[in-house]
Design a protein around this ligand. Structure first.
Ligand code: AMP
Length: 503
């Protein structure tokens, strides 16, 4: 099917052709014919599928056909969870609508409102807004929604995650009931369906390729690594991988800043993007990433939402997300536009449950990459190393393993662990115990390329991942702890692994 087949107005066809779009994407083919008839649309599609044009093109077409309801009133309201996405949607509307003579504006928080109110005063047909700033400007009487004929909610799931539900309900209550509504969400959990039910009127459901299909184009792999070793491994990867752009996902804003600082220590330039940054800093970071001035962007999920950059060769999940669908969404940032991409995840013991969910959703076991050995990683942490290239992971890991098993035998004989510490089991701080434990060899269970898919429960994940050194250790030294330990079943060591010294 071509855009001409969709019977879009000539000014839109011209703009689309100039943008180099030769044919509609699947979500556009499915959504546009319904939207052109005025039907409400419930779309399940993520960024990268072409969903913006799927709602923008039919709306622009219909706007051109209709007389303005009331001059000077906003006719289209698009709600977006983040400033970045709002700016991108506005940009898309302007690009698709460049020959329509319609007027566009975008409003979001974190910046001076004056330029935004100036453009509102001049008159706007299509307004893209984040909920907070919109309500603010409604209260100040800069925005009047009484003429809205088209309402779009984009990335509705993210709006809920960000706690915008009440704001959305307040805004929707201000929009006339006689309208067309287009509702898009990357995921469709029950609360999104409930919200959609209250906002949409007998919608048609359209869906882009199910999330797992997106993941097919992406080579996925993981390292079992936790705690501070993550930053060393990241530094290693960023020093050795061949990449165009790397997007690193971190759970928290604070974590994103910390990772940037840690990378700087290794002489690796990266920038962070998250909600606590000023709008100026976020825009700069994005522009630097787009222009390849910075090739490593450390982002939180919310800030990266809607990031419209095709050439990302690697997505690194520094922290694995809790929701499997977020994982699919993240890795969908690479492998776009027909290219293949790499997604590497750092899986710590806290992530085993999430990993199982992810593997179930993507329908495969994600293969483990090389040996992850905290002892090796610690050796890399040489403060005098400066920005010198890091050694090859596999080569050094092998050396460390050989060295470690030789050392471990001698140390055990002397009642000490391989690093010369007294073997300490009398506290249950996982971090501290882990530091003093003998280290496991690489996982034999996961070294087969991971073709099979097996849903792993938490316990078998511990076993197969050879991560029993990550297991919370039972205190065994105090009489009370000993009694408690007796009452518990013994911890079975992973098959094929040497039993550790019991101190
Ligand atoms: P979106 O999912 O709306 O964020 O779009 C993702 C990217 O695909 C954007 O860079 C769009 O410019 C691009 N795009 C949208 N529709 C098409 C199309 N039919 N052909 C080629 N590229 C497209």
């Amino acid at each position: 099917m071509s855009f001409e087949d969709l019977k879009l107005a000539a000014p839109l066809l011209k703009a689309v052709a100039e943008l180099g779009y030769t044919q509609p994407t699947p979500i556009q083919t499915k959504a546009i014919p319904h939207a052109l008839t005025g039907t409400d649309v419930l779309g399940c599609a993520q960024t990268g599928t072409g969903k913006t044009a799927a709602f923008a093109l039919p709306i622009l077409h219909r706007l051109m056909e209709m007389p303005a309801a009331l001059p000077g009133k906003i006719r289209v309201l698009v709600l977006s969870p983040t400033r970045e996405l709002a700016a991108q949607i506005d940009e898309s509307f302007r690009a698709y609508g460049r020959y329509t003579g319609l007027r566009f504006a975008v409003i979001f928080g974190g910046v001076n409102q004056n330029p935004q109110t100036d453009s509102l005063r001049k008159g706007v047909d299509v307004l893209v807004a984040t909920p907070g700033r919109l309500l603010d400007l409604i209260e100040q009487r800069f925005v009047d929604l009484s003429g809205v004929q088209f309402l779009v909610l984009d990335e509705a799931d993210r709006m809920l995650d960000m706690g915008f539900i009440l704001d959305i309900r307040r805004i929707v209550a201000l929009v006339p009931k006689a309208r067309q509504t287009l509702f898009f969400s990357a995921t469709m959990p029950p609360e999104i369906r409930r919200l959609a039910d209250t906002i949409l009127n007998r919608p048609v459901n359209v869906e882009a390729a199910p999330p797992a299909t997106t993941a097919e184009k992406v080579n996925q792999s993981l390292y079992y690594v936790g705690g501070r070793e993550k930053s060393i491994l990241l530094a290693h990867l960023l020093s050795t991988l061949k990449y165009s752009r790397v997007l690193v996902f971190v759970k928290t804003k604070h974590g994103a800043d910390r990772v940037v600082k840690q990378m700087r220590r290794w002489g690796i330039a990266a920038e962070a993007i998250h909600g606590d940054k000023t709008q100026g800093a976020r825009t700069r970071a994005l522009e630097n990433f787009k222009s390849l001035k910075t090739r490593i962007l450390i982002a939180t999920d919310i800030a990266a939402r809607g990031l419209d950059i095709d050439d990302i060769s690697h997505v690194i999940n520094y922290d694995i997300p809790h929701e499997a669908e977020t994982y699919v969404h993240r890795i969908g940032r690479t492998g776009r536009a027909g290219a293949s991409g790499e997604a590497i995840s750092f899986c710590s013991v806290e992530d085993f449950g999430s990993l199982s969910d992810i593997q179930r959703l993507v329908g495969r076991k994600i293969p483990e990459l090389k040996a992850n050995d905290p002892a090796y990683l610690q050796r890399l942490q040489n403060p005098d190393r400066g920005a010198a290239p890091l050694p090859d992971l596999e080569e050094v890991a092998e050396h460390v393993h050989a060295h470690r098993s030789r050392g471990a035998r001698g140390q055990r004989a002397r009642g000490r662990n391989p690093r010369g510490h007294r073997d300490s089991r009398d506290h249950d701080s996982r971090e501290r115990v882990r530091d003093r434990e003998p280290l496991p060899p690489p996982s034999p269970a996961l070294a087969d390329g991971g073709e099979r898919f097996e849903a792993m429960d938490r316990e078998s994940a511990y076993e197969s991942a050879s991560l029993d050194y990550f297991k919370p250790q039972r205190p065994e030294s105090s009489p009370r702890a000993k009694a408690k330990a007796k009452a518990l079943p013994p911890v079975k060591p992973a098959q094929g692994l040497p039993r550790r010294s019991q101190g």
